[in-house]
Design a protein around this ligand. Structure first.
Ligand SMILES: [Ca+2]
Length: 151
């Protein structure tokens, strides 16, 4: 009884595993490194900004934010050198990167860029625009493939 029971259990388990793997079929890890930025003009009274970057998955209604850098205070040439690893599904290849200026009450939006995976160039000079399409910053970001995602 126990042998057949075990075979049954193993079969069910394998079945679930196959299903689980199928769900994540062709999902890849990507390493995203935020190096630095050059911001075109100031957002604070000192004519500087306190910039940080965030990356998220583009959504129909809301973006899902996955990672945010530290805030660099009073600079238009922030250097973060921070890295994150994200899992990208081929069905949802659209991501968004934003730069914000941190403020005590309400942060100021500086600019954004959209990226689509797979990304071809490893080192990217991303031009970020404000919501009216005017260039506000250039972001140096390195985006590279980092293997298959195996849950
Ligand atoms: Ca500020």
């Amino acid at each position: 009884m126990s042998l057949y029971g075990d075979i049954l259990k193993v079969s069910i388990l394998l079945c679930f595993m196959a299903k689980g793997n199928k769900k994540y079929e062709n999902h890849k890890f990507w390493k995203v490194r935020f190096t630095s930025a050059e911001i075109d003009h100031g957002y604070d009274s000192n004519n500087k900004a306190d910039p940080y970057v965030r990356i998220g998955k583009k959504g129909k209604i809301m973006n899902k934010w996955l990672f945010q850098t530290r805030v660099k205070e009073a600079t238009l040439s922030p250097k973060w050198d921070q890295e994150t690893r994200i899992v990208v599904s081929p069905k949802n290849p659209d991501y968004i990167i934003e730069i914000w200026d941190q403020d005590p009450i309400k942060d100021d939006f500086i600019g954004f860029a959209e990226i689509k995976f797979p990304v071809q160039e490893e080192l990217q000079h991303l031009v970020l625009n404000d919501r009216s399409g005017k260039k506000t910053a250039v972001l140096i970001v390195s985006i590279e493939e980092d293997g298959w995602f195996r849950p």
